[in-house]
Design a protein around this ligand. Structure first.
Ligand code: ZN
Ligand code: ZN
Length: 343
């Protein structure tokens, strides 16, 4: 099979490797859709980040947002059979620690923890070997591309909104309108948030967010105050998907008193020059949120038909595996929506 490797320095290497065979507890998937995430760009494609072991790339097939069809099962499968359509929760944990039992394999600290596309082979390939327990079965309504979008981006946005308890009682400000920001806006709307405003420096991304109905209005960062016309006293919830220091400052500035700030975008810092007027006196709640749980991913996949929502609407560009180089270059430009590989 073909597999895409990311040696760093913005290079892409396509290698021919042997087809994997499923062992006990495993399934083999024919890849149908495998999307590129901002984390792939930030921590692997440009340079291999060192530090957090969870983010250290071990020269495996890249891609942590896989969806595909089961084409072979290991001995004694519990649940899955050939022909099932699934997406993959992208971290395989030990399965037994407190975090894994709660479905948050992302937080598993066992040495056996391995993320697909980081420490074990991922989805930018013709085939992927997955643990059966990491697979989420897709209802008929949910396309493979939808599933790939849920595997990281939509799952991450959903978790952030759930942690802030977003409902129809809330208005929502989304800072950073890349794929995760689009997901936050779309899912926030389904949870009832109204109105929803977006902020992003890219005119292309603002236009896409408006076209998809992810937000009601969108502003450039230097015009973000204009959102207060719609939000009145400010947003009940602001979610930062920009991962930038100025983006986080903008998100806080758009909150009303007792508002909730969710940090989802990764990297960089957050500086609050005056804590009393900025956070203490308005009683701002700050919530960090990393990926999601297997339970919430299953729940999200089940809600999509009910909500009549196809996450794949955020996918703007599709490439074959042989064109992975062009796909990564485009994703790294940060102007497109989601970029996907389709074997
Ligand atoms: Zn991701
Ligand atoms: Zn664990």
């Amino acid at each position: 099979m073909r597999g895409v490797y990311l040696p760093g320095h913005s290079d892409v290497d396509i290698r021919e490797v042997p087809d994997p065979q499923p062992g006990p507890g495993q399934v083999l998937l024919a890849m149908k859709a495998s999307t590129i995430c901002g984390s792939d760009i930030r921590a692997i494609y440009r340079e291999h980040l060192q530090g957090d072991p969870a983010e250290m790339y071990q020269d495996v097939v890249a891609g942590h947002e896989p969806a595909g069809e089961v084409v072979a099962v290991g001995p004694d499968p519990v649940r899955l059979k050939v022909g099932d359509r699934v997406c993959v929760y992208h971290i395989s944990g030990c399965g037994q620690c407190d975090d894994c039992v709660r479905g948050y394999q992302i937080s598993c600290s066992s040495p056996r923890r391995a993320a697909y596309g980081w420490q074990r082979d991922g989805g930018h390939a013709d085939l992927i070997l997955a643990e059966e327990r990491d697979c989420v079965v897709l209802p008929d309504f949910v396309t493979f591309m939808d599933g790939a979008c849920v595997a990281c981006g939509f799952g991450t946005a959903y978790e952030g909104l759930l942690r802030a308890g977003v409902s129809g009682r809330d208005s929502l400000a989304v800072v950073g309108l890349g794929p995760v920001g689009l997901a936050a806006g779309l899912l926030g709307g389904k949870l009832g948030a109204v109105p929803r405003v977006g902020v992003d420096p890219s005119p292309e991304r603002r236009a896409l967010a408006l076209e998809l109905g992810a937000v009601d209005t969108a502003y450039a960062p230097d015009e973000a105050n204009g959102a207060l016309e719609l939000l009145g006293a400010g947003a009940h919830v602001a979610i930062d998907c920009s991962g930038s220091e100025p983006g986080r400052a903008t998100a806080i500035s758009l909150l009303r008193a007792r508002g909730r700030m969710v940090l989802v975008g990764e990297g960089n810092g957050m500086t609050v020059p005056e804590v009393s007027p900025t956070l203490i006196h308005p009683s701002i709640q700050i919530i960090g949120s990393w990926v999601t749980s297997l339970e919430h991913m299953r729940e999200l996949v089940e809600r999509l038909p009910v909500w009549d929502l196809h996450p794949e609407v955020v996918v703007t560009d599709r490439f074959g595996i042989d064109d992975a180089d062009a796909a990564y270059q485009l994703a790294a430009e940060g102007r497109a929506g989601k970029v996907a590989l389709v074997p």
